[in-house]
Write a protein that binds this ligand. Structure first.
Ligand code: CP3
Length: 348
């Protein structure tokens, strides 16, 4: 195995000493990069996900261009519903569409857990190829959606405003919902284990829609399954990161889930969260992604505010509080990364 030349990200995930705070950006391989658009103009999104050469190229773009301390495999959370047999399309400026959404127990019964070595082999091939091309420059993160977030897409059939269909489903047909969440949890545990076997150095579980549930329903329909996944993942010492957007409640439960790192969005104060759960887990975040629309002086001010709020010591992975937006200037993303690299030294 190639030795990692920059392992700051992995050390911070384990709260081991670092010389400076590591930084990466959610959705760093994406439309804000002209180099990404050049590839996208030649092929459609799913072809990009399913072609290991392209996935590797896109994964590495932000390492070369923005200078982040970790790579995240170019792919999407919706490859699992697709591998389970749902037709998926990415519709320009509208987002993803899943056809024939789940609405009842009969629909749930049609699905079996996926075998990643069969239906998602292209992702594992992309991991091997990316690892080879990275040649130890930075660690590689693999990811999945949480069962709850994937179920939300599979029931809504895409994005949603009020989440009426998924709420009707879980409150009126809880048994069918739990059956499907279990199938998803089993699939995701196998998928993340296979990615680790293929070479990723850490995994992140995106619970993008965890925040639409009330606190006790979050425990029942989301966190329970995340805990199941973490207990089933076959890993050596690869850290697990949970990003549950909008989940201010249950921080202690998140910290006790078996995860090594909790990602937080920008509506929380990272210093307060550190006081709450920072002795148990590392924290990732949490700059408001829209700060990158501001001028460099403001970006620097807000970045330092977060570094100061976290304070001295390891256990902080700098990131945005959600994905980078498509109309942000790459120059400003790079400025953010350089600011973290420079300004964080004095906290270590
Ligand atoms: O972070 C990275 O750079 C790795 C790649 C990555 C993508 N999607 C590529 C992508 C990751 C980690 C994801 C995760 C993902 N996908 C999530 C969880 C993270 C989050 O943002 O909450 C979700 C909810 C999805 C589902 C999804 N995929 C949506 C809602 C959309 C369209 C919305 C949008 O931003 O336009 C996608 C498409 C998608 N996934 C794109 C990329 C680069 C844009 C595709 C394009 O038009 O080129």
């Amino acid at each position: 195995m190639t030795e990692l030349r920059n392992d700051l990200f992995l050390r911070a995930c384990k709260k081991l000493p670092v010389e400076r705070t590591p930084v990466w950006i959610m959705r760093q391989a994406g439309r804000y990069l002209p180099e990404y658009m050049a590839v996208r103009n030649r092929s459609d999104f799913l072809t990009m996900c399913k072609t290991p050469e392209l996935a590797a190229e896109l994964t590495i773009q932000p390492i070369d261009i923005i200078g982040v301390d970790a790579a995240i495999l170019f792919s999407d959370i919706l490859v699992i519903p697709e591998a389970m047999g749902m037709k998926l399309e990415m519709i320009e400026s509208k987002g993803p569409k899943l056809f024939d959404p789940i609405r009842n127990a009969d629909d749930v019964n049609k699905f079996n857990p996926v075998d990643p070595y069969k239906n998602l082999k292209y992702v594992l091939d992309a991991v091997s190829m990316t690892k080879k091309e990275l040649a130890g420059r930075v660690p590689l993160i693999g990811f999945s959606g949480s069962p709850w977030t994937l179920l939300t897409y599979m029931v809504e059939g895409g994005g949603s405003k009020n989440f009426s269909e998924i709420k009707k489903f879980i409150y009126n047909q809880p048994k069918a919902a739990h059956d499907m969440l279990n199938k998803l949890a089993d699939s995701i545990a196998d998928y993340l284990s296979a990615k680790i076997e293929a070479g990723v150095n850490a995994v992140q579980i995106f619970d993008t829609w965890g925040g639409i549930l009330s606190p006790h329903n979050f425990l029942e329909f989301s966190l329970e399954y995340i805990i199941k996944i973490i207990s089933k993942i076959k890993r050596n010492d690869e850290p697990v990161i949970i990003f549950a957007k909008g989940v201010h409640h249950n921080l202690n439960e998140l910290a006790n889930s078996g995860a090594d790192v909790i990602g937080i969005d920008w509506t929380m104060n990272i210093g307060e969260v550190k006081n709450n759960i920072g002795n148990k887990v590392a924290l990732q975040g949490n700059l408001d992604p829209t700060i990158l629309y501001a001028n460099k002086e403001k970006i620097k001010f807000e970045t330092i505010k977060i570094l100061e709020s976290f304070g001295n010591g390891s256990g902080h992975v700098f990131n945005l509080g959600h994905g980078i937006l498509p109309d942000v200037s790459p120059e400003y993303a790079k400025f953010l990364v350089n600011t973290v690299k420079e300004e964080s030294k004095r906290f270590h």
